[in-house]
Design a protein around this ligand. Sequence first.
Ligand SMILES: [Zn+2]
Length: 248
Amino acid sequence: MLRRILLLLVAGLLACTGTAAADPGPVAQDDIHAMDGCYTWSRSLSQGASGEDVRQLQIRVSGYPGYGAVVALDGQFGAATRSAVVRFQQAYGLVADGVAGPATFAKVYALQDDDCTPVHFTYGELNRCNSDWSGGKVSATQAKANARVTMWKLEALRHALGDRPLTVNGGFRSVSCNSAVGGSATSRHMYGDAADLGAGVQGFCAIAKQARYHGFTEILGPGYPDHDDHVHTALRSGQLWSAPNCGV
Ligand SMILES: [Zn+2]
């Protein structure tokens, strides 16, 4: 174990040195902390760590909080973050030690596009209202950031349901877009964290049930008024799960 830690430390130093010197040589030959177009971690992370790199990790594992829970995006690597990392590692067949090291980051890099969205979802799918994320109940920057977290949760949900396509029919809405479609005055769509999902091959009920494990505190589906033709997932304070026809 100590030897492994030392190796990681040396690898981290090499990666940092390579970056600082802008000399691609050592980094190119050292794929332990490979460079990524979105975000590159320069150290391994385990319980007790804190910082922006922890927060970036928390976003990527936000779909793995466990049943009914939510991963706090606070930059503090505590027990809940460790559990989320373990579930992420288990989901992808990695050594599930709760330490985000080279293998875990390699999987994250493989799962993310250069714009930091997970590979199976796009900002465009999450915003069919406008192009600049403006006019909601939060700033455009916040709405887009919220949508990104939602996409990482959807990536986890999609993976848990067999990695088959998961259709997103709508996400962020400005206040005017929300009014135009008759959305609730308190709709989470105006915050950017909501996604309306099509049935796909999974079916509404499988999606609604599985969503309970992936960080969605708001799940509305078949049997809830106006939700027989989609499953709505979002983040809200408190929990509202209602898809009576699915037993949710
Ligand atoms: Zn909705």
